[in-house]
Design a protein around this ligand. Structure first.
Ligand code: GLU
Length: 378
């Protein structure tokens, strides 16, 4: 193992929250069109080992369409869009069942989450999906995510789970995204066509040259080639999440990455929380203001979240997730953050204890008005 590979392996080991994307070509046996059981069992062992080390794991799994095709007699020819959607409906049940079987046996609750493009691109739905995913993680479940192919049509589709995986990594503030694939990483050219192609173990910055290198390399079963993987890397790295492309075909691919197996790392310069905070600090147009009392101002400076009890006044109109300015009693800006409540709800719960919120609002929301991960002191 060389020094670069060792650094890569420790990047995975050091991650707190990891998103693992599993491609169809690995999960579905090409000859039979059914789940590659032995391989999946070994991967589930790897996931269990990560959880035992205290890491949180989110799986983004392809395979619905590939698994449904044979069942519907569509294995031999290229299916039309509506046939793919039908195949996904049949295959997704099998896919979810396979994950449930292997992970439940290892003591984990498995949660199926099907997303469409709108769930990551529209703000309100994004926040909703993010809340659900982080709640699942807090409760110890392993989310298994796929695109909701049955209702996603060409115009509103990711189409590949590489970018979906990156969006999910961004959504849950993961610090590491692993794309398990049938290729072991990025080369200077397509290695199946060009024998002089050189392997690239680490990409510190995604330059136009790197994007050009990703031109080719398509696999048979999955739909994401190297180009979509580099697009995924751009999303992940911008969100402060390291990304790795690794060969997944052999048993125990995650364990192998951990011990320095060859793969390509796209390295993020900052952590997800730092990126988020930079973004919050740089927001040009906060939508509202929260005035807080002396105790809350002190608590914020000590690194706490802002609780409704400390808010004395709500100004402006804002939605849940919008950026707001926090002012002390003298009207001096002390922080900026993303409100966990709309201005209407914030007005209802200001000055109140967290235990009273449910009765005041009619639903159980977050305990904090602004969580400390969503807050930047100025
Ligand atoms: N969502 C598709 C499926 O589950 C796969 C997309 C991809 O291969 O990236 O069949």
């Amino acid at each position: 193992m060389n020094a670069g590979a060792a650094a890569g392996g420790s990047r995975l080991a050091a991650a707190r929250r990891v998103v693992i994307k599993v491609g169809s070509a690995l999960l579905v046996e090409k000859s039979t069109g059914s789940v590659n059981r032995d391989w999946l069992e070994a991967l589930a062992d790897d996931v269990a080992a990560m959880r035992a080390r205290g890491q949180e794991v989110v799986l983004v799994s392809s395979g619905a369409i590939a698994l449904g095709r044979r069942e519907l007699g569509l294995a031999k020819r290229k299916p039309k869009l509506e046939e793919k959607q039908a195949a996904a409906a049949v295959g997704q049940i099998r896919l979810a069942h396979a994950w449930k079987e292997v992970l439940e046996r290892r003591g984990f609750a498995v949660a199926q989450v099907l997303l469409t493009l709108g769930d990551t691109e529209e703000r309100r739905r994004y926040l909703n999906a993010r809340n659900t995913l982080t709640t699942l993680l807090r409760l110890g479940a392993i989310p298994v995510i796929n695109e909701n192919d049955t209702v996603a049509t060409a115009e509103i589709r990711y189409g590949d789970n590489d970018r979906l995986g990156a969006r999910v990594a961004q959504m849950v503030s993961a610090d590491c995204l692993v794309l398990l694939s049938d290729v072991d990483g990025l080369y200077t050219a397509d290695p199946t066509r060009d024998e002089t192609a050189q392997f690239i173990p680490e990409v510190p910055r995604i330059t136009p040259e790197i994007e050009a290198m990703a031109g080719g390399s398509a696999s048979d079963v999955g739909s994401g080639g190297m180009a979509t993987k580099v697009l995924a890397a751009k999303i992940a790295v911008a969100a402060g999440c390291h990304m790795c492309i690794a060969a997944g075909r052999e048993a125990h691919p995650l364990r192998r990455i951990g011990s320095g197996a060859r793969c390509t790392w796209f390295v993020a310069g900052a952590s997800p929380v730092t990126v988020r905070k930079q973004w919050i600090a740089g927001m040009l147009k906060p939508s509202g203001e929260l005035v807080v009392d002396v105790g809350a101002a002190r608590a914020l400076r000590d690194g706490s979240s802002l609780l409704p009890a400390g808010v004395t006044e709500v100004r402006g109109r804002f939605d849940r997730g919008d950026a707001v300015v926090v002012l002390d009693a003298a009207g001096v800006e002390i922080a900026r953050g993303l409100a966990a409540y709309s201005s209407t709800d914030a007005e209802r719960i200001r000055g109140r204890r967290s235990s009273e919120l449910e009765a005041l609002l009619g639903f159980r929301g977050r305990d904090e008005m602004i969580h400390r991960d969503d807050l930047v002191l100025v």
